[in-house]
Design a protein around this ligand. Sequence first.
Ligand SMILES: Cc1cc2nc3c(=O)[nH]c(=O)nc-3n(C[C@H](O)[C@H](O)[C@H](O)COP(=O)(O)OP(=O)(O)OC[C@H]3O[C@@H](n4cnc5c(N)ncnc54)[C@H](O)[C@@H]3O)c2cc1C
Length: 536
Amino acid sequence: MSTDFDVVIIGSGPAGVSAAFPLVEAGLRVLMLDGGKQASAPRPAENFIQERATQDDQWQWMVGEHFHPLQMRDALSPKLRVPGHAHVFDGFREGNRIDTDRFVALGSLAPGGLSNAWGCGVARLTGAELDDYPCDPDELASSYQRVARRIGISGPASDELSDYFALDGWGQREIPLDTIHAAMQRKYLARRDGLAAEGFRMGRFRLAALSEDRGERLGCNQSGNCLFGCERRSLYSATEDLLLLKRFDNFHHAELVVEDLEQQGQGWLVRGTQPRDGSPGAFRAGQVYLAAGTIASTRLALNALQLAAPVRMLSCPTAAFILWLPTFLGAHRTNAFGSAQLAFVQKLREDVTALGSTFSTTGLPMSEFARHLPLRRRYAVDFLRALMSSCVVGNMFLPGHLSDNQAMLTPDGSLRITGGHHGDVADLLKLAASRLRRAYARLGAFMLPTSFTPGPPGGDIHYAGSLPMRSQPVRGQTDADGQLHGLSGLYVVDGASLPSLSEKSHTLTIMANADRIANAAVRRMQRQPIQRVFHD
Ligand SMILES: Cc1cc2nc3c(=O)[nH]c(=O)nc-3n(C[C@H](O)[C@H](O)[C@H](O)COP(=O)(O)OP(=O)(O)OC[C@H]3O[C@@H](n4cnc5c(N)ncnc54)[C@H](O)[C@@H]3O)c2cc1C
């Protein structure tokens, strides 16, 4: 099969759809390719607690027919163990020929990519954090605004972390906190000066989740089903944007697992296999935008460059923990928003800040946490059953510059990723654990002994920076417009092109950067129209 387009975008995740809008709106013929798997597992229809108590088939969406949660042992996030998300992660490594050593390489081959399972936490980089970016900060600021308005963000108009998240001008009101988080917030407000002196600040996590109805997406009803797929579409997923893009006549979408790219004259040939039957497929275009997610895009780019030298891959060191609030022991369980509620920011060192958040346990499967406890599984489950209604679960990210991963194209065309953290990460995590233990104790929340669990390199999917944008790029890097040095017409619009990776949730930055790159390309094309290099 061979069809001609102005632009082929590889990947329909947050990066791909963000790059697509400016190109499609400018009238270009755009083809978006992705791996193509759709959800198949059943999802809850009622609220989480109700379903757990009354539905005979609840085990199916909790553990799945193939006991998916028990098999996914790779990373810390409970979302990886939800059977309804199996299609999001399935086949990614094999499809993209990824081989790893001490690195959890999670990615997606599904329409909408990892945003089918993400936590919806959003943040914006501030001036100092954009120092490494070779592009115009005002252009990025406009892109942040466009993307934030498109996806819909909720969170308060001002609180302790307004300056940190820097998004409040564009937000809907916050989704209500559950009773445990509301109590923690009240205690925090009474003690904030002392905690601030110790470098600990707390506020509402900013989320790409609606609190109020907006068009076909409805505001959160706190059913607790967040982890299993929001039945009201309150949580943003790139599949929402894919639906909007499909309304344009000049936008096309096809299933193809892309294997390689070849420059042909002034255009590109994109080759791969159809996910349904494995048959070969190929498309031609004047330009190609890589949005297959950091890991897959890195392999495709290094392959197109035939670059065998290793490149760095940034990833955020992470940890998870459980907090117990004794005053809530035996409290009645009610449904609550199931994603991050309160965020904390903890300064650990001049160059190291930690961002973390806490989740209600009412919408989480318990099996995930039982394995973190130093008890035999049976006793751990009993213990958690007794305690869970008085617990919240926390996670934490450190900046990506503390990672030491390398990615390298092997002679057979696979991407080999080797993971590692800087030597000081273990001590930083210990420091974070002890400071968090102290700070939360002042809020009446006690970290369960040994529950603080560091993640393996790559374990929480915050990857970036393997093909970094530079003002003076060399081979294996991209320029300020996202174009891969030495390969005209090949752009990188996902996390691979970010020059740095802070502790902040980075997807909104990926999206803003993709929007910026595509808008800049449209402006260039308006000055010098794109050549239709292939004709029917
Ligand atoms: C459990 C979990 C929680 C997360 N929480 C957060 C959070 O709270 N905040 C945050 O900022 N980020 C979070 N993330 C990360 C976030 O999901 C990613 O940063 C984001 O989805 C990256 O977008 P992307 O478009 O670059 O890549 P992806 O979302 O990975 O999309 C890649 C796309 O490329 C396609 N693709 C891949 N390979 C090929 C190929 N060879 N051929 C064709 N198509 C291909 C896929 O089908 C998919 O459509 C989380 C991720 C997970 C899994």
